[in-house]
Design a protein around this ligand. Structure first.
Ligand SMILES: Nc1ncnc2c1ncn2[C@@H]1O[C@H](COP(=O)(O)OP(=O)(O)OP(=O)(O)O)[C@@H](O)[C@H]1O
Ligand SMILES: [Mg+2]
Length: 235
């Protein structure tokens, strides 16, 4: 579904990503785990076409997408929920979701995609008429994921979907993420808190100072003392 191959990314003179490779298969939840500043957001932003790699390739469904513009990548079926939610503050919840259905044509009809976004995050229906500033941080996170879902993407990139959420709201977001994979979408999650890695994650990558230091089964990562020093332990 998504293949990232040996990406090197510079921001100004700093070499931020060093030969980063990862892949996400159909209906898979994959986590990219690493400490603050490790390069998770940079990896997702490069996949989304906000940053151009100095070297390496990104392929989506067998097609090279590195060097393409962000809106073209979204059109091809990659949805993105950024770290800071990135919702339109002047628009209501309903308008934020609706606007995504204009961004990508084809696929399921708009009404179906909107219904799907609310089915995954039922809490949002209650707030449909509220604008961004009238939502809590957790509600904004849900809206950001719901909006990406309304694109009807094959693949979703979620940047720290649990960051700043209270323990009370985490199960609602987790259930939403599980529902998304059950619908057949693939998900790549960037996460700095190992305790937030969803149970549905079978494979994960650990990134440290711009380099992938582990790729494999989640349960193997928890057993590796050199990794638990970096990412903490799951227990
Ligand atoms: N616009 C920028 N200009 C300069 N350096 C940047 C810029 N954006 C990111 N960096 C640097 O790139 C490195 C990786 O940042 P990135 O945002 O990818 O980390 P992250 O793993 O997402 O961290 P976090 O968990 O804090 O979100 C950091 O050292 C950061 O300071
Ligand atoms: Mg980040």
């Amino acid at each position: 579904m998504l293949t990232v191959d040996a990406l090197d990314v510079f921001i100004q003179a700093s070499h931020i990503l060093r030969s980063v490779s990862l892949d996400v298969g159909p209906r898979e939840v994959v986590c990219l785990v690493g400490r603050n500043g490790a390069g998770k957001t940079t990896t997702l932003r490069t996949i989304m076409g906000y940053l151009r790699p100095h070297a390496g390739r990104v392929e989506f469904r067998g097609q090279p997408i590195h060097g393409r513009r962000t809106h073209e990548i979204a059109q091809l079926g990659v949805g993105w929920a950024p770290e800071d939610s990135g919702i339109f503050a002047d628009l209501t919840v309903a308008e934020n979701i609706e606007i995504a259905t204009w961004t990508r044509s084809g696929g399921r009809p708009a009404a179906e995609r909107i219904a799907l976004a609310y089915r995954v995050f039922p809490m949002l229906r209650r707030y449909a008429a509220r604008k961004g500033p009238e939502l809590s941080g957790g509600e904004r996170k849900m809206l950001s994921i719901a909006r990406a879902l309304a694109l009807d993407p094959e693949m979703l990139l979620l940047d720290e979907p649990f960051e700043g959420l209270s323990p009370a709201i985490i199960p609602a977001v987790s259930a939403g993420i599980a529902a998304i994979t059950e619908l057949g979408h693939s998900i790549l999650i960037a996460e700095s808190n190992i305790h937030h890695v969803p149970e549905s994650t079978r494979r994960l990558y650990v990134i440290e100072r711009g380099t992938i230091v582990f790729a494999g089964a989640a349960q193997d990562a928890w057993r590796d003392p050199s990794l638990t020093r970096i990412i903490g332990s799951a227990a």
